[in-house]
Design a protein around this ligand. Structure first.
Ligand SMILES: Cc1cc2nc3c(=O)[nH]c(=O)nc-3n(C[C@H](O)[C@H](O)[C@H](O)COP(=O)(O)OP(=O)(O)OC[C@H]3O[C@@H](n4cnc5c(N)ncnc54)[C@H](O)[C@@H]3O)c2cc1C
Length: 427
């Protein structure tokens, strides 16, 4: 039983782990030389409803990565505008921790392998391949089931066409080749996020080198994890909020203030900020971008290709293809990627065993979000919103449905009454 996971972001890592935990041979393929994809520059966990989702996953036996991220937190229970009880992981240490954890669990990881071709017969994928001539030796991976966890970010052509151009982000498309969607290569018509004339959406935060900031700002960041600096009205850049994919941060506080969070670097909660303007603000005279390198100009474009899928995360039209993370819909975040990745990996194994797939009950936030986002996109045709446990439309729904709670015992009881206690745990 061989499960091939394409894409080593948070969703692909979770999918490979879940498949391996169920006894499959799990192979994780990543086009760059590091895991975590956009999670290499993220770091915010457990804010608002993400706390509930993380605890549901822990109770379901799929909580390893949440526990690793907790252990790697630089700050816990941080409050910033609109967000409560956030943990901030160290972006420098997270990737090696995840890599070593996956290897210790028996997952094979192949780096610098960019899948560009799919071989199919009778509606079933038989193999995924690198293009002939790419790299030294073309590679082929045969499997029983496949998981598309390739994300939705970039490549440079999308960032040029729909954004402000390549801003040199952590995905390093020019070095490793751009993202390639396995779903699209399998002939499935993907869905495209759009809001008015904007196709896709721009990533919503940058990183500044902490040592390039005023020592007082850096010290407060080290101590408290958060710094909010009000902007003089003449320096507020209007209009950037509507570009953002992180709707949970598209509130005026993020436009009218500089909001910094400590994830090792200073995470600047805005898609981009012209460097000269930034340097005209006291305390930021020497500011320098760490990610994206051209954060003064723009950021990566995401949500340009999502798979039509069911609530078991199987891609429509291909019998043995599952999807996870951003590929599974307009779901933003590491937590969201880990939840969908875990379910996709688990159901890929179920498929291979010819067993019925697991549908996570809608009495849990994780199950409700997966079903709600699918219905919104596929039945209601809503492609302009983004969904996350941490804010905006889906967090409002969580609260209205009384799914949001930080009472861990209540969450465990809910998971138990759905009959899903330790369902994802290692067999
Ligand atoms: C700048 C930024 C900051 C963010 N901050 C946060 C945050 O603080 N907290 C939070 O919860 N979320 C944050 N997010 C959002 C979050 O990172 C993502 O929504 C989530 O991690 C997506 O995970 P994924 O696995 O779906 O995709 P990705 O992270 O995009 O991973 C996809 C992976 O697939 C690989 N890949 C693509 N094509 C191929 C191919 N053909 N063959 C092999 N490999 C391939 C890519 O190299 C990449 O590693 C942030 C995003 C960005 C861009």
């Amino acid at each position: 039983m061989k499960i091939i996971v394409i894409g080593g972001g948070w969703s692909g890592c979770a999918a490979a782990l879940a498949a391996s935990n169920q006894g499959a041979e799990a192979v994780l393929i990543e086009r760059t030389d590091m895991l975590l994809g956009t999670g290499l520059v993220g770091g915010i966990m457990r804010n608002n409803g993400r706390f509930t989702a993380a605890e549901e996953m822990i109770a379901m036996g799929g909580g390893d990565f949440f526990e690793l991220a907790d252990r790697n937190s630089l700050h816990r229970e941080v409050e910033f505008p609109g967000h409560r009880h956030s943990n901030l992981y160290s972006v420098a240490r997270m990737e090696p921790m995840v890599r070593n954890f996956l290897l210790s669990k028996g997952v094979s990881i192949d780096f610098q392998v960019r899948i560009t071709e799919v071989e199919m017969s009778d509606g079933v994928i038989r193999s995924v391949l690198t293009r002939q001539g790419q790299g030294d030796v073309p590679k082929r991976y045969d499997g029983n089931a496949f998981i598309d966890a390739t994300g939705t970010a970039g490549g440079p052509a999308n960032c040029n066409k729909y954004g402000n151009g390549c801003a040199m982000c952590v995905l390093r498309c020019h070095s490793f080749g751009g993202r390639v969607s396995v779903t699209a290569r399998a002939g499935v018509k993907e869905m495209v996020g759009r809001k008015g004339d904007q196709i896709g959406a721009m990533s919503g935060s940058c990183k500044l080198l902490k040592e390039s900031l005023d020592p007082q700002i850096a010290a407060t960041l080290d101590q408290k994890g958060v710094v909010v600096v009000p902007l003089p009205p003449s320096k507020v850049l209007k209009g950037k909020l509507s570009l953002k994919c992180c709707q949970q941060y598209a509130i005026p506080e993020f436009e009218e203030n500089i909001v910094l969070l400590d994830t090792g670097h200073a995470k600047l909660m805005t898609p981009f900020f012209p460097l000269e303007l930034l340097r005209s603000i006291p305390g930021f005279e020497n500011a320098r971008y760490e990610d994206p390198y051209a954060g003064g100009l723009g950021n990566s474009i995401r949500y340009v290709g999502m798979a039509p899928r069911d609530d078991a995360l199987k891609v429509e039209g291909v019998e043995n293809l599952f999807c996870a993370g951003e590929k599974a819909g307009l779901l933003v975040g590491h937590t969201e990627a880990i939840c969908t990745g875990t379910l996709a990996g688990y159901n890929a194994v179920k498929f291979t065993r010819r067993e019925k797939p697991l549908l996570v009950n809608e009495s849990l936030a994780v199950g409700d979000a997966i079903g709600f986002v699918r219905r919104q996109m596929q039945e209601e045709g809503v492609l302009s919103l983004k969904y996350t446990f941490s804010g905006s439309v889906y967090f409002e729904r969580m609260q209205a449905r009384k799914l949001y709670t930080t009472d861990v015992n209540a969450i465990r009881a809910r998971v138990a009454s759905a009959g899903l206690e330790a369902v994802f745990a290692s067999r």
